[in-house]
Design a protein around this ligand. Structure first.
Ligand code: NAP
Length: 507
């Protein structure tokens, strides 16, 4: 069986600090330790021996690295001293030493080749001569090869993934930076030699490293294997998205073999399409579904249509696809779970079915993307919708498209509707003291739905409850749309209560 190690780098500064870090790494579930000697001041052979001894006592394999400043590390001493330090590390029992390709080519001899990780790094970009560098690494004929570079754009991850796919267990290939996270997460599925995870936030030895805790708790490292199906959220930004946590935990809860990753697609339609083409072409990646968020929803719709895939009619009417499914043949189809999640949240609270919304008077506040999805869904079932927006022209255009009424925000003063839906960002963190409508215009027999989910209880919802109105919060919508996506992705009933608890921070 191929083993992909979860390796934790420890920046060694002295024996005591290293000892504590090793204990912590073992407790966190590290499967390999990398001792970085280039962070300490003048570390001597005797100290190296003690620290390697500490790692050996844990039973974990050990790598020793002393990265010179000319390859992005912290070591400023002479090359002979550095070489001696690494050789001594092998003598006293480390399993591997990391030697830079440049040093190796410069004539570093006398190493047990099987114990050498021959490495090359580019901290600026995907190198133009990527293939040449790989060839040189392979010509070194050492036990393990390593290539690492900074990914500037999402499609830069593919060369590393291709190499993992091709090179199997004797290879470490990774893209650094936030964009490259997928290469770190997929290393185990693709059977790479290891992936690095930092001990704590801020302790990373290279940009984009995920903490070991996140690796295990959010990305379910222990459960990943060659058969894992792959999912993710495409957006910009995606760093704070709750989707990876909610979907991965739902996979765990249901025993589904899936991995869901953040995919930062920083760019417009061209970047989106380049990434999608790359995914579809590589069937062995096993991408089966994607969540799509700002600003890519309209690109996702166009992409599916251009590929001749099916688009859910209402998603087409809304002009936005937030869910992509990819079948085994690489065929894509597009859906929108935003509107369905919102409608479910409303009907669940009102104790009705969707069709009962026919003829119900609704005020939609806002005329952005969410307002658009709700206007489409509500007019589709025959609700009587009026759109109120700060920029009146936008309200008019939206209303004309979906054949409903429109007004400026002053119209809210004479509000006479059953259902009020806030689709603006007013009331969202940090401006939690704001509300899109004055409390005095809210009535007891109304149902008030705030799509804002941070905070969960907005000023609008608080004031609505105070007058006795029924309320629907944004968390319900968020959970519903994620649950619908989960069901499309897996064919399994979504563990909605667990998903809700995760969003509330209760699990
Ligand atoms: P969007 O396209 O940027 O639209 C924002 C809307 O809010 C526009 O109509 C804008 O009016 C209005 N607005 C913003 N600031 C305002 C202010 N200070 N005064 C008056 N109007 C203001 O955003 P979106 O994608 O539709 O998202 C809207 C909100 O929905 C988000 O803030 C988020 O909280 C919520 N949301 C919830 C979920 C969920 O699952 N629960 C999912 C997505 C989004 P103008 O046209 O005049 O600029």
């Amino acid at each position: 069986m191929i083993m992909t190690y979860l390796a934790v780098p420890i920046k060694v500064t002295n024996i005591d600090q290293a000892k504590k870090a090793v204990v912590k790494a073992v407790a966190a579930g590290a499967e390999m330790i990398e001792l970085r000697l280039d962070y300490g001041e003048n570390i001597q052979n005797r100290e190296v021996e003690i620290i390697i001894g500490l790692v050996k006592q844990t039973g974990l394999p050990c790598i020793v690295t002393c990265r010179p400043d000319w390859e992005g590390g912290g070591y400023k001493g002479g090359e002979d001293e550095r070489k001696d330090l690494l050789k001594h590390s092998l003598t006293v029992g480390t399993d591997y030493v990391d030697v830079e390709l440049k040093a190796w080519q410069g004539g570093w001899g006398g190493f047990d080749k099987d114990k050498v990780i021959l490495s090359n790094h580019d901290f600026a970009k995907l190198p133009d001569d990527f293939d040449k560098r790989l060839e040189k690494i392979s010509l070194g004929k050492t036990g393990i090869g390593k290539i690492a570079y900074r990914a500037e754009r999402i499609s830069d991850i593919f060369p590393a993934l291709d190499e993992l796919h091709r090179g199997s267990s004797g290879m470490i290939a990774l893209a650094m930076g936030e964009v490259g996270v997928a290469t770190r997460l997929l290393a185990k599925k693709l059977g790479g030699f290891l992936t690095f995870a930092s001990l704590e936030e801020g302790e990373d030895s290279a940009p984009g490293q995920v903490t070991i805790r996140e690796m295990k708790e959010t990305y379910l490292w222990d459960a990943i294997n060659a058969g894992t199906k792959v999912y993710g959220v495409i957006g910009c930004p995606v760093g704070h998205s709750l989707s990876p946590l909610i979907h991965n935990r739902a996979f765990k809860e249901t025993g589904y073999n899936g991995l869901y990753m953040p995919l930062l697609v920083d760019g417009m339609e061209q970047e989106f399409c380049l990434f999608m083409e790359g995914v579809i072409k590589r069937k062995w990646l096993d991408f089966r579904g994607l969540s799509v968020t700002i600003p890519h929803k309209k690109y996702a719709l166009r992409f599916v249509k251009e590929k001749g895939g099916g688009v859910e009619p209402l998603a087409e009417k809304i002009g936005a696809v937030n869910t992509l499914l990819i079948d085994e043949e690489g065929k894509v189809s597009g859906y929108n779970t935003d509107y369905a999640g919102a409608i479910d949240a409303i009907t669940e609270t009102m104790g009705i079915v969707k069709e009962d919304l026919k003829g119900v008077y609704v005020a939609i506040l806002g005329a952005g993307g969410v307002a658009r999805a709700l206007a489409a869904a509500l007019t589709d079932v025959g609700a009587k919708v009026t759109i109120y927006n700060r920029t009146v022209e936008k309200a008019r255009r939206l209303a004309e498209q979906f054949e409903c009424e429109w007004a400026g925000r002053e119209g809210l003063q004479s509000l006479d509707v059953k259902l009020v839906i806030n689709c603006t960002s007013i009331g969202m963190f940090p401006k939690v003291d704001a509300s899109p409508i004055e409390g005095k215009y809210l009535k007891k027999d109304m149902v008030v739905f705030d799509t804002v989910y941070n905070p969960m209880e907005t000023k609008l919802l608080r004031e609505s409850r105070e007058v006795g109105a029924a309320t629907v919060d944004g968390v319900s919508m968020f959970v519903n749309q994620a649950a619908l996506q989960f069901e499309m992705f897996t064919g399994i009933k979504a563990p909605k209560e667990v998903m809700r608890q995760i969003i509330r921070g209760e699990k």
